[in-house]
Design a protein around this ligand. Structure first.
Ligand code: EPU
Length: 430
């Protein structure tokens, strides 16, 4: 078993470099399926979700070459296979982007239902609604989603999303880039990674307009050709380190960010008494005094991101007074609360609402990451805690954070990866 061991209570000082955005990378890698020629993708984060997707492309027949630590060349020109291997795809949520990309490229796709973090139900009905409107038949049999364009190529059309969905917006963009005619997505999501996917596709020859607004128009083209593209910095990784500094105190310059993408997080930290100074491509976060309570409601961009909800909760646990969080995106994103309680937090959850009574401090405990962002929040709690915190199931965290231990150690945190014999296996053997 591999776990993080954190001796908490140390303020953080120094600089952290932010990696490329996970949720952009996991759409841009499948988007390479649409391109005839070599796509050079730069600023890829080194995380397990990226490795998995690149492996899936290789299994489909793509030529994937590592150029350096953060750059790969992907050539999907010779792929003839639209059936995605089950074992790899089930491990990752973003495997659903392979449906849109394969439909766009071949007019057919066979993809296992996606995996990923468990927040209650995670339907993909809006993705399917889009594909069907574009002329595909979609059904699930034999453990696979089978999608096929009835006339061999997707047709442009107008699609109104009933729910603002990041995944459905990007998946429909993928299916539409090579479609016959114009696709219009109404009530589209506006996250920075949606703009990044549009910029990637446009740089390869697509005609996508309006990404970043709630109406996106995609004029289908005959062909996309190779090129070079650099992924934007990760808004949520940056936000996670901003909240870490808020929780521990100290002063950290968080570099290689787009401050505009962080405004929703910056605004909350300022309300809580944390100093945040915007630079051109960095933010300086400083906390010396006490934390003040506040309320947070998660919403689609530009609202406060749901992917920062557990991390801001960790900070609110240490703020004076009562704070209220309302989760506005997912049905069940409070599975971390029991672990926080083991560390002394006082949180009551009722449906989508969490009421947090601030406490003086967290105390170290043995806890388990239950999903990616919850795991990151547990790291933050451990950094701020008095005593030693051991966090198990860290594979959740490594799905989305490149080198988290090195980055935090670099600003003075006492965090180590410890490998111990698997207690369950030992018990069975014994
Ligand atoms: N929804 C539907 N039907 C659909 C699609 C979504 O009802 O067809 C609902 C969902 O159940 C949810 C809401 O709409 O209540 C929003 O879901 P969305 O489709 O926007 O989420 P997603 O595309 O599955 C991505 C990120 C998540 C992030 C959400 C919201 C990826 C791979 N995942 O998920 O990121 O929480 O957008 O911003 O991009 C993470 O990085 O930790 C993570 C979970």
């Amino acid at each position: 078993m591999t776990k993080y061991v954190i001796h908490g209570g140390k303020p953080l000082y120094g600089e952290i470099d932010i990696s490329g955005a996970k949720n952009a990378a996991v759409a841009i890698i499948p988007a390479a399926l649409l391109v005839d020629g070599v796509c050079r993708i730069e600023n890829l984060p080194q995380i397990s979700d990226v490795t998995l997707l690149l492996n899936i492309l290789q299994e489909l027949g793509a030529d994937v070459r590592t150029v350096n630590r953060t750059t790969v060349d992907v050539d999907c020109s010779h792929i003839r296979n639209a059936r995605v291997p089950e074992e790899l795809a089930r491990k990752i949520r973003a495997s659903y982007y392979l449906i849109g990309a394969l439909l766009g490229r071949f007019g057919s796709a066979e993809v296992p239902p996606p995996g990923g973090c468990d927040f209650g139900g995670r339907p993909i009905d809006q993705h399917i609604k889009g594909f069907v409107a574009m002329g595909a038949n979609v059904d699930v049999r034999g453990g696979y989603i089978h999608a096929k364009a009835s006339n061999g190529r997707m047709n442009g059309t107008q699609i109104y999303l009933d729910i603002v969905s990041v995944g459905a917006t990007m998946n429909i963009m993928l299916a539409a880039a090579l479609a016959d005619g114009m696709t219009i997505i109404e009530n589209a999501a506006k996250e920075p990674h949606i703009v990044d996917l549009a910029n990637f596709l446009n740089s390869m020859g697509a005609e996508i307009m309006g990404a970043g607004t709630d109406v996106i128009k995609i004029r289908g083209v005959e062909r996309l050709t190779g090129g070079t593209y650099s992924i934007i910095p990760d808004q949520i990784e940056a936000g996670t380190y901003m909240t870490a500094v808020a929780a521990t105190g100290g002063e950290v310059l968080i570099k290689n960010v787009i401050p505009k993408h962080l405004e929703c997080i910056t605004a909350k930290l300022l309300e809580m008494g944390v100093d945040v100074e915007e630079r051109d491509d960095a933010v300086l976060v400083r906390r010396t005094g006490k934390l003040t309570r506040t309320n947070v409601k998660t919403l689609p961009y530009p609202g406060f991101p749901t992917d920062m909800q557990p991390q801001i909760a960790a900070v609110l646990c240490l703020a004076e007074g009562t704070s209220v969080i309302t989760e506005g995106v997912w049905d069940n994103r409070y599975r971390y609360v029991d672990e926080f309680r083991r560390m002394g937090a006082q949180i009551q959850v009722d449906g989508k609402i969490a009421v947090i009574e601030g406490v003086e401090k967290f105390t170290g405990a043995r806890i388990q990451a239950c999903d990616l962002r919850a795991g990151a929040a547990m790291v933050i709690a451990g950094l701020a805690a008095q005593g030693t915190t051991e966090i198990g199931h860290i594979h959740h965290i490594e799905r989305g954070y490149e080198d988290i231990v090195r980055k935090l150690s670099g600003v003075g945190a006492d965090i180590r990866v410890v490998v111990t014999p698997d207690e369950d296996k030992q018990a069975q053997v014994g």
